[in-house]
Design a protein around this ligand. Structure first.
Ligand SMILES: Cc1cc2nc3c(=O)[nH]c(=O)nc-3n(C[C@H](O)[C@H](O)[C@H](O)COP(=O)(O)OP(=O)(O)OC[C@H]3O[C@@H](n4cnc5c(N)ncnc54)[C@H](O)[C@@H]3O)c2cc1C
Length: 511
């Protein structure tokens, strides 16, 4: 059940989600003023498309299913209610000022498009702590099920690996592979990287410089610290905890990461302010038709008891997530239809738990960052803001993908919270005494997206990606699914840039 982390790593790799080359907003000069465009969906992709087209002189209208803009860019605070497919309704009980981001929660430093628009729209960002050396790594079958500090595991893993490689070289096992000069270089590097002594051994005295001391150095005559003892090598290797050490090395999770001050929806709200007056909420698009002259969109208007209406425009940008779009009556070519049907969405569940106090800070000196476990909850993340505050605080008590997410999505919200509490208590014994309330969001049960994010395989990408992302007639698709940066807000924005660039080229007769 290291499954969730492995799933997530696999997903981001399939999307090839790594640094993007966004440099500036699209140049849409020369648009015929008043050319009409319908944008379907007011998530980040839809809002950016509307913003850039409107700025270029297009006459834009956005149709959005929900009563708010932002889509998956979403933050839950005390008093909010959430109804999922199946009818379960949760009322969030967090204290004032506390929140959980049930969807996006962190932004890598190399996601230049979203960082560009955050700066342009005045969204204040603060560091998101991804790697915390004092957080825990937990494997039910290792170390007697006792969670271990990241710094202990990473130090021992590097130290023993360096020691073994040094031994192999010194015992001439690699003479066929490396020259004498290279062997000397490797020995030097291993000493520095693994913190080995001059004999090439990983010892308690030096290891404590990374692991920390069992008794930390103090003042006074008896103040010398007591070094901490590395774990047995075989136990470290068998535990498999090194996978979590590797996780933070992935380009998507390297420092510096950011989060908006006050919740992820500060970004969605800022985008919404830029297109004030263009969005109509509470409309459910049910059909999209097009001919040589324009696009006709049919929708139910839930501001008027679900009355069926139509809207017409010369062009359309559709950002409706594929599992929803696949159920609508969309008049497109057979290859486009196949592309829309070809991409499954991952399931994911996030659990936000409010506790009466910041015991992780007060008792365990954990300030932000992530603990990993091989239990279903997979991840536990401590708030990267509000350090040292008194009173209740919210942590992410579980973040699941794969089979664990399907299991949790099959439970009632209260059962999800209870399961997260039982598993989290294996890491923090304070859980039962300090718990106040929680909320659990199953993305496969969100009617407007029916999943967390697109999950392209290499095969489906080869067969369908170009079709899906190429404007067909007067309709162009956008959304994170229409990018190689899947499951990131960056992908949604880049897809919008691609869509409006294609639309503009077509509208001015250059495409
Ligand atoms: C659990 C989770 C964790 C994530 N973590 C991160 C992260 O840490 N960092 C990051 O950058 N990204 C993250 N993402 C990905 C990010 O949230 C998405 O890539 C991005 O928000 C998608 O934007 P979008 O505009 O493509 O789609 P959406 O935001 O889904 O927008 C689509 C819009 O279409 C509307 N709609 C649907 N059906 C209809 C209809 N019939 N009629 C009219 N409107 C309709 C929806 O209501 C919605 O507003 C995460 C996502 C999830 C779910």
């Amino acid at each position: 059940m290291a499954g969730s982390v492995a799933m997530y790593q696999a997903m981001t790799r399939m999307g090839h989600a790594t640094g993007t080359d966004f440099r500036q907003s699209p140049n849409l000069s020369g648009a015929a003023p008043g050319t009409t465009v319908l944008v379907l969906g007011a998530g980040l992709a839809g809002m950016l498309a509307a913003y850039e087209l409107n700025r270029a002189g297009y006459n834009v209208r956005v149709l959005e299913f929900q009563t708010r803009s932002g889509g998956r860019n979403y933050t839950l605070r005390g008093g909010d209610t959430l109804t999922e497919l199946g009818g379960a309704t949760q009322k969030v009980g967090f204290s004032p000022g506390n929140y959980i981001n049930p969807g996006p929660w962190r932004i890598p430093y190399h996601h230049q498009a979203i960082l560009h628009y955050c700066k342009a729209f005045g969204v204040a960002l603060e560091p998101f702590i991804e790697l915390n050396h004092n957080a825990y790594l937990h494997d039910t079958a290792s170390f007697g099920g006792v969670p271990q500090r990241y710094r202990h595991v990473s130090s021992d893993f590097y130290g023993y690996t360096a020691e073994l490689l040094s031994k192999a070289i010194n015992q001439k096992c690699l003479d066929q592979t490396v020259s004498a000069d290279e062997a000397a270089d490797i020995l030097h590097n291993m000493k520095v990287w693994g913190l080995l002594d001059k004999e090439g051994a990983y010892t308690a005295r030096l290891a404590s410089e990374r692991r920390g001391f069992d008794t930390p150095p103090q003042a006074g005559p008896d103040g010398a610290g007591v070094p901490s003892q590395p774990f047995p090598r075989a136990e470290i290797m068998r535990s498999g905890l090194s996978q979590y050490v590797g996780f933070h090395m992935l380009n998507d999770f390297q420092t510096t990461m950011f989060q908006p001050v006050g919740g992820m929806d500060m970004i969605g709200r800022a985008f919404a302010r830029q297109i004030d007056g263009l969005v109509t909420h509470n409309l459910r698009v049910s059909a999209i038709a097009q001919d040589d002259t324009g696009v006709t969109v049919t929708y139910e208007d839930h501001n008027q008891a679900g009355a069926v209406q139509t809207a017409k425009a010369e062009y359309c940008v559709c950002t409706i997530p594929l599992p929803v779009l696949n159920q609508l009556d969309v008049r497109v070519s057979a290859p486009m239809r196949a592309a829309i049907a070809a991409v499954p969405y991952a399931s994911s569940v996030k659990v936000g738990l409010e506790f009466k106090r910041r015991f992780w800070e007060e008792d365990e000196q954990i300030y932000g960052g992530i603990s990993f476990t091989d239990q279903q909850i997979s991840v536990m993340s401590y708030p990267s803001h509000g350090y040292f505050e008194h009173g209740p605080a919210v942590l992410l008590g579980g973040y699941m993908f794969g089979p664990a997410a399907w299991d949790f999505a099959g439970m009632s919200p209260e059962e999800r919270i209870q399961a997260a509490l039982a598993q989290g208590a294996k890491i923090h014994k304070q859980y039962p005494a300090e718990f106040s309330n929680g909320v659990a969001v199953a993305w496969s049960r969100m009617p407007w997206t029916l999943g967390c994010c697109s999950q392209w395989s290499e095969e489906s990408r080869r067969a369908h990606y170009r079709t899906l992302t190429t404007m067909e007639g007067r309709l162009v698709l956008a959304g994170e699914h229409a990018s190689h940066v899947g499951c990131w807000q960056e992908g949604a924005l880049l897809s919008a840039v691609s869509a409006v660039t294609q639309l503009h080229a077509r509208a001015v007769g250059a495409g």
